[in-house]
Design a protein around this ligand. Structure first.
Ligand code: FMN
Length: 434
């Protein structure tokens, strides 16, 4: 049953102050990095070898850092680069992911806008480009291809044809490593042991949510809320595959908690990874997994009020943020809204069991009694949502792309047209959709 805990009005008022001043800092450009044209044509890129990336959920950023280390330079986000200044660069490596529907990641939007408007002469530039995407999307590698096309239109010369990566496929990444002369042994992938597994959904659920707890065999790595776990597995044809999941637990626990939905196709066949992780892998069995940071949803300070909006297993993406936030005494108010299907996940009952000031939790169920789909439920809370966001709350939305987009559209209806674009520009809207 959806249940609302109350927000302490005093805290809310205090947080409104801190939240607004935080938002003010963002607007003043003190927190968000800014790109502006360089004076006197000075290049924005000092080094003769450039490693630049556009990344939404961190894979391109991580690969860029790996390459930059090998090339003795530092990786830069595309948005920090003045396109015209690429004329002063000898050799460049671009690692470019696509998000949305063939769009640039949030941290490359400015660059995307700039290249749409300009064609500087880049005849002296030689480059290699890795486009990261997923063949399930119609605009496969859409933004990577757009950047590649633009570079060639500007006269830059590719050192080798663009390399495209489908869902982080190890074989595609091996081609990139060979082409860039990257002598990887990248960091050896960690071995982990499955120490707990439970099904969280009721027995009636056809695609139940499963919770896994994994312990490292070696020393535990550190990670920040929002981190992503890349699990390596082998397909029936022997090819290595990789699947990514949000880490729900905090690094302090030393264990990685994952939530995943055990899916079946129309013929009843279990999904490769979800089937193996939900039932195939035995308790105490081992798997290979590496953790990476997800800069698109970097944690915000506990003084910032937070609206955490999750659908289904997107709960994992917000849980670590929620736990980190609640761990700070005197934290700003936080409001978690989680849309599930038939029943609230028991995982949240520990939080709803004992009301605490500054925490509100709502758990609308799309197939509950009565059914409450998140996009229908949010407008019922329009006034409270408006007040919460007006008081400085940052919004973090996690979940599948379809349900996530529908939830955001409903939120925008509540907050007013253009509100989400403004929040995003101010760094107060972060999304982690999959
Ligand atoms: C919400 C969302 C939308 C995506 N849209 C596309 C797309 O339109 N085309 C594509 O090729 N890949 C798409 N992808 C897949 C990503 O490009 C791919 O997972 C990539 O490895 C992500 O790299 P990153 O972690 O550096 O952001 C999408 C992924 C997500 C989560």
């Amino acid at each position: 049953m959806p249940y609302a805990l109350t927000v302490d009005p005093l805290r809310l008022a205090l947080a409104a102050g801190t939240g607004l001043s935080w938002a003010g800092l963002c607007w003043a450009g003190l927190i968000l990095p800014r790109w502006r044209p360089r004076r006197h044509g000075a290049p924005a890129v000092a080094s003769r070898t450039l490693v630049a990336y556009a990344s939404q959920s961190g894979l391109a950023a991580e690969l860029a850092q790996q390459l930059a280390r090998a090339k003795g330079t530092t990786a830069q986000p595309l948005d920090s680069i003045d396109p015209a200044a690429l004329a002063g660069v000898g050799q460049a490596w671009f690692l470019v992911a696509t998000t949305g529907d063939g769009n640039a990641p949030d941290t490359a939007r400015r660059f995307a806008g700039a290249i749409a408007a300009a064609r500087p002469g880049l005849q002296g530039l030689r480059y290699g480009l890795l486009a990261l995407g997923d063949r399930h999307y119609p605009a496969f590698c859409g933004f990577g291809r757009a950047v590649d096309d633009w570079l060639q239109e500007c006269g830059a010369a590719p050192i080798f044809p663009r390399i495209e990566v489908d869902r982080g496929a190890p074989a595609d990444l091996a081609r990139w490593a060979a082409a860039t002369d990257l002598r990887t042994d990248p960091e050896p992938e960690g071995l982990w042991r499955l120490i707990e597994r439970e099904t969280l959904s009721p027995a009636t659920e056809t695609a139940p949510v499963c919770r896994l707890l994994l312990a490292p065999l070696g020393p535990a790595p550190r990670w920040r809320p929002g981190a992503i776990a890349d699990v390596t597995l082998t397909a029936p044809d022997g090819s290595p595959q990789r699947r990514s999941y949000s880490v729900a637990s905090l690094a302090e626990t030393g264990t990685v908690e994952l939530l995943l939905r055990h899916r079946r196709d129309a013929a009843g066949n279990a999904g490769l990874a979800s089937g193996w992780l939900s039932t195939g892998l035995a308790l105490n069995g081992q798997l290979r997994m590496t953790l990476r940071d997800n800069p698109g949803v970097a944690p915000l300070p506990a003084e910032v009020p937070k609206l955490l909006l999750a659908t289904g297993t997107g709960l994992a993406g917000v849980l670590a943020h929620l736990r980190a936030h609640l761990a700070v005494p005197g934290h700003a108010p936080v409001w978690l809204i989680h849309g599930e299907r038939h029943a609230a996940l028991p995982l949240l009952t520990e939080l709803t069991a004992s009301p605490r000031p500054g925490l509100r939790i709502d758990l609308p169920l799309s197939r509950g009694t009565p059914p409450r789909r998140l996009p229908d439920w949010l407008p019922l809370q329009a006034e409270a949502l408006r007040r919460f966001v007006a008081a400085g709350a940052a919004v973090l939305a996690c979940g599948g792309q379809g349900p996530g987009a529908a939830a955001l559209a409903a939120l925008e209806e509540c907050l007013g047209p253009g509100s989400l674009a403004q929040l995003r520009t101010a760094g107060r809207l972060r999304t982690d959709f999959y």
